[in-house]
Write a protein of this length. Structure first.
Length: 207
């Protein structure tokens, strides 16, 4: 219903209605855990991020995750920086668990136990400093001007129609001294010799 209404009434761009089913978010959660291992944590440039999100007088430090998907990165950042506001932005809402108080406590205890065993679990409730919003960055981010200290965009390049314009939006969104974290990958198929399996010209229009 959500995807249809957004597409029908023009709440998102002309892109097809987004897939936001549970299996897709499970895949994104697995991708999140894989990238954490590969990157050695939630982000690179640790010193710059720690400095940007250090507690201070005035507005609380704030983080924006563009294309938050399953919400896993937002939840992890909310736990790592409990004094900061962490916002996840995507076309469709994350499939977060909707438990009562009792079951919420049970799941938190279970997640803590699994964490000790180094087992990842996607069944978590967001900490109070986390929130999720539905929006399309292709319409611009002017309503977030000078609102965030860290902007994170991971594996979203194919969903952004004008990446240079998006970078200008990010520049406006960041507060002085802010940090932009971007992670993107190549979809090329490589052989054992690390050479492309399919020869062809690179499209210069693809960021």
């Amino acid at each position: 219903v959500w995807r249809f209404l957004c597409w029908k009434f023009g709440l998102v761009s002309d892109a097809p209605p987004p897939e936001a089913d549970i299996p897709e978010h499970d895949r994104l959660h697995g991708q999140h855990e894989m990238l954490k291992i590969k990157l050695g944590g939630l982000f690179l440039q640790s010193r710059a991020v720690q400095q940007a999100l250090a507690p201070r007088n005035g507005p609380s430090p704030a983080v924006l995750d563009v294309g938050s998907g399953s919400g896993s990165w937002v939840l992890d950042m909310g736990e790592m920086f409990p004094h900061a506001e962490v916002v996840g932005l995507d076309l469709a809402p994350a499939n977060l668990p909707r438990y009562g108080i009792f079951l919420g406590v049970i799941w938190r205890l279970a997640d803590g136990f699994m964490a000790r065993l180094n087992i990842a679990s996607g069944h978590r409730q967001p900490t109070p400093n986390c929130r999720f919003e539905c929006d399309d960055v292709n319409f611009g981010l002017s309503h977030y001007k000078n609102s965030f200290d860290v902007v994170h965009a991971r594996c979203v390049a194919t969903g952004i129609t004008d990446y240079p314009h998006f970078l200008k939006d990010v520049q406006q969104v960041l507060r002085p001294g802010g940090v932009f974290l971007a992670v993107s990958g190549s979809s090329k198929m490589l052989g054992e010799d690390l050479e492309p399996c399919v020869k062809g010209e690179v499209d210069p229009n693809v960021p």
